[in-house]
Design a protein around this ligand. Sequence first.
Ligand code: PMP
Length: 289
Amino acid sequence: FDDRDGQIWLNGALIPWRDAKVHVLTHGLHYASAVFEGERVYGGVVFKSREHTERLFRSAELMGMSVPYTVDEIERAKAQTVAAQGFADAYVRPIVWRGSEMMGVSAQVARINVAIAVWQWPSYFDPEQRMKGIRLDVSQWRRPAPDTAPSAAKAAGLYMICTLSKHAAEAKGFADALMLDYRGRVAEATGANIFFVKDGVIHTPTPDCFLDGITRRTVIGLAKARGIEVVERAIMPEELEGMQQCFLTGTAAEVTPVSQIGPYSFEVGEIVRALVADYDGAVRQRMAA
Ligand code: PMP
């Protein structure tokens, strides 16, 4: 991924992609003092750009890091990087991390760095499988309690169990994993929120120990605009058996139908299909969101 043409914005300026390097004694690498974003560009426009930048700042604040730029400056930097890369449709990855000026758990005076990279990432899941519905394994790892980790932050450290879960699922032939939370409730996938449909009503877990995704909120709005009832509540794994449709939402995943979780099967039904289409309309600005 590091050996390609293009430019990356690093601490205030665009530099060649191959030169955007950090030292091996970077605090963010050793102690996961890093927060990031994932955004998508559609037709040259970053969808919900400011919301993502604001979440980046909130995540940094939850990690005790003060971003040395304003929201407006990061907004301009993102636009500049998107323009420099020149892709109409792309993925945007801003990241904030503590630098290599200090080593040890405490890094009070390590520099807070910011980088923004933009690349083409057409589909998060295999495009052929996507509309047939992907298959999820159930992870052995659980989302931590909000007093165990800053679970509202999009923090690098919280992805340790996501990579473990996704690798374990992939080794068994599944596309992704469903993670339960510390109480044993259904939480989310490793990089996306989860929804279910039962008797025409949408059910989704209350995001009290995982990200309340920007896509999640967009899709809830789109469903309500169609007059579909959306219930946010605690969902236990035993309830999966009675659910009829299931889908994931996320910036990278967009709206992805799920056909199976462990032993339970779901149809790629009318509501899932409608929301896939509505989300596409929203990101392409054919529909309000
Ligand atoms: N949960 C996790 C663990 C994620 O990585 C993501 C992707 N950022 C989401 C949920 C969905 O968030 P969003 O819709 O804001 O991309």
